[in-house]
Design a protein around this ligand. Structure first.
Ligand SMILES: NC(=O)c1ccc[n+]([C@@H]2O[C@H](COP(=O)([O-])OP(=O)(O)OC[C@H]3O[C@@H](n4cnc5c(N)ncnc54)[C@H](OP(=O)(O)O)[C@@H]3O)[C@@H](O)[C@H]2O)c1
Length: 199
């Protein structure tokens, strides 16, 4: 399969790309790194990526951020930053790619554990994760030509523990191998409309 891994140079994406790359052709995409350039906050940029790549069989996204900080001082703009990036950025990969992807292809997006196990300062990410999970569970039913859609919801990964662990008290980091397994299940398996929780 020819697989586009958006965020393929990141903490999660580099491991996902490495594993899938043992069996498939991988195109890593990011705003300033990878094999191709894309900014998922821009529809035009996503359209440009798909045009440049031509045919493809799967899209995996482990990209997009949101606001992290005290709820008390959050502004409306802080919410919109994440809506534009992690939420609509990933949803637009599906919206703009669903008619271009091969028959039987798949989209795999990333949410995260904060939808169900919140931490202090995490409101700006938790609500995005919940929205992405609901998007995957509903939109998958309406995709045509056997195209599948799943959301992977990983816990804090071990490679991020040093940087982020103090913000996730009581969370046991998951191994990179377990994290990657969720994406392999989605891309190479048969499931669709699922939130694959890796905790
Ligand atoms: N780390 C964790 O423990 C963890 C756990 C659960 C969920 N998540 C979620 O997983 C996703 C990836 O996290 P990460 O820790 O792997 O992040 P990361 O290490 O910062 O990597 C982000 C990746 O996305 C690319 N990227 C950033 N902004 C982009 C944009 N606007 N358009 C296209 N590509 C973009 C980056 O490449 P460029 O620099 O070239 O743009 C990079 O390849 C995030 O949504 C995060 O919330 C992370």
């Amino acid at each position: 399969m020819k697989i586009i891994v958006v965020g393929g140079t990141g903490t999660l994406g580099s491991k996902i790309a490495e594993e899938l790359g043992t069996r498939h052709e991988i195109i890593r995409a990011g705003t300033k790194s990878g094999d191709a350039t894309v900014d998922i906050t821009s529809s035009a940029s996503i359209q440009g990526l798909y045009k440049k790549i031509g045919s493809f069989d799967a899209v995996v996204s482990a990209a997009g951020g949101g606001h992290f900080g005290p709820f008390d001082t959050m502004t409306e703009d802080d919410f919109y930053k994440g809506i534009k990036s992690k939420m609509m950025g990933q949803i637009n990969l599906v919206m703009l790619g669903k008619d271009l992807i091969s028959n039987g292809g798949s989209f795999t997006l990333t949410s995260g554990i904060l939808h169900s196990d919140p931490v202090r300062g995490g409101v700006g990410l938790s609500f995005l994760n919940g929205a992405l999970n609901s998007f995957g569970k509903s939109a998958a039913y309406e995709l045509k030509r056997g195209v599948r859609l799943n959301i992977v919801s990983p816990g804090l990964v071990e490679d991020s523990e040093k940087e982020l662990g103090s913000f996730f008290p009581g969370h046991v980091p998951i191994t990179m191998k377990r994290m990657v397994s969720g994406y392999v299940n989605s891309v190479e398996g048969i499931i669709t409309g699922k939130v694959i929780e890796i905790v």
